[in-house]
Ligand binder design. Sequence first.
Ligand code: HEM
Length: 307
Amino acid sequence: MPPEPQEVVGPLTRAAIFLVVRVNPGGESVAKDLLADLAGLQRSVGFRSLDGGLTCVAGISSSAWDRIYGSPKPAELHDLPVFAGDKHTSVTTKADLLFHLRAERMDLCFELESLIMARLEGVVTVVDEVQGFRYFDARDVLGFVDGTENPTGRGAVEAVLVDDDEAFNGGSYVIVQKYLHDMTAWNKLTTEQQELVIGRRKLSDVELSDDEKPADSHIALNVIEDEDGNELDILRDNMPFGRPAYGEFGTYFIGYAKTPSIIEKMLENMFVGSPPGNTDRILDFSTPLTGALFYVPTAEFLEGPIV
Ligand code: HEM
């Protein structure tokens, strides 16, 4: 039987927490023990609300892998490169662990995060914590439906699970980026202008035709193919977040894939441009504050051998 993956593939939920931490020197064994017990903690919280759909996916960065698990190492685990073009530059954050908590209700995410942090108290430094919410018909705060073209069913499994790295098959790679939007500039555009930025209709969510869709639209730059013309899919579960009182309107981008190279190609298209200079119009209204790459081991790997 192939090893049991973590719950990377699942239905979109109403609530999520994205927690990114650094493990302080000396905290490696506490972090490793917490990761081994994570599934049990998830059951303790999730089983009390059977319709709550609580899941938690843990990811480990390249430098954290070296410190916590050593060798062997997943073949494509490395630090997220910075993508720098003439106009836009991405951000790479120093990060060790990602916890992606999802549920139908925020209280379940909150409770599990509390248990995780209680175990990690004193041994980690929090880099970032974002509480995301599902907004109307799965729209981002720019007002567009986000997630439509995600693969589903077997296609999703094939898109996200590593299948060519023997010891690490069944795992996945995940890239996160926290974006803030300039809503004042965005709201100055007409709906038709906004549709040209994204590449889809705002109300109906229908994709613009090839004639209508500009080469610098978000969709045009993020549909990528291999040399045989097959589309390369990733699984996204972006979440809006924000505090309107402070002018904060954001999208937490999260993308899972069987190889980080697919998401990195998309980031290169967006920030450097394809061809170079033809950058994603969404970046004229969206600024990344963070960015990191993690490997998501199988559930069995995290739990470790029974001793
Ligand atoms: C599609 C929003 C960042 C990759 C979309 C769509 C929206 C959207 C509204 C169209 C509906 C859909 O299929 O989901 C955003 C926002 C972002 C963001 C607000 C943050 C500023 C990113 C990043 C990547 C990415 C950083 C990749 C590195 C994709 C892909 C699609 C997509 C692959 C589907 C393309 C297709 O097959 O049609 N995004 N996105 N997005 N986005 Fe993003």
